[in-house]
Design a protein. Sequence first.
Length: 116
Amino acid sequence: MGLFDKFKKKEIYNFDLAYEGKPEFYVGKDGKPFGVFALTENTLTALPKDPKAIYKIDNKNVDTWKLMLVSTSENGILGDLAYYEAIHKLKKFVVDEKNGSLLIKSMSLDDLKKIL
């Protein structure tokens, strides 16, 4: 441990401090609704483990879910992935789980690009 290590900013992993992901809903080319969550660069984020079990539209299941990756340094959308595939790729960034939600630590631009 170096002399100045104690002054390094340490990230706090707390659900209360995290951005809680909320879905946006769209209609696909096939006419079926799909849900999208955003994961933004350098943002501690809470995402549901299984949004299919939580969200419905007009009391009907939403079968398709996506995770959109957003960059603040590039000021735009990097891309999107199928939600459940993305959650699998994010496992090494999960710092806590609670009540069906995953706490995803702040990710760098490089981290986001690697999971695309």
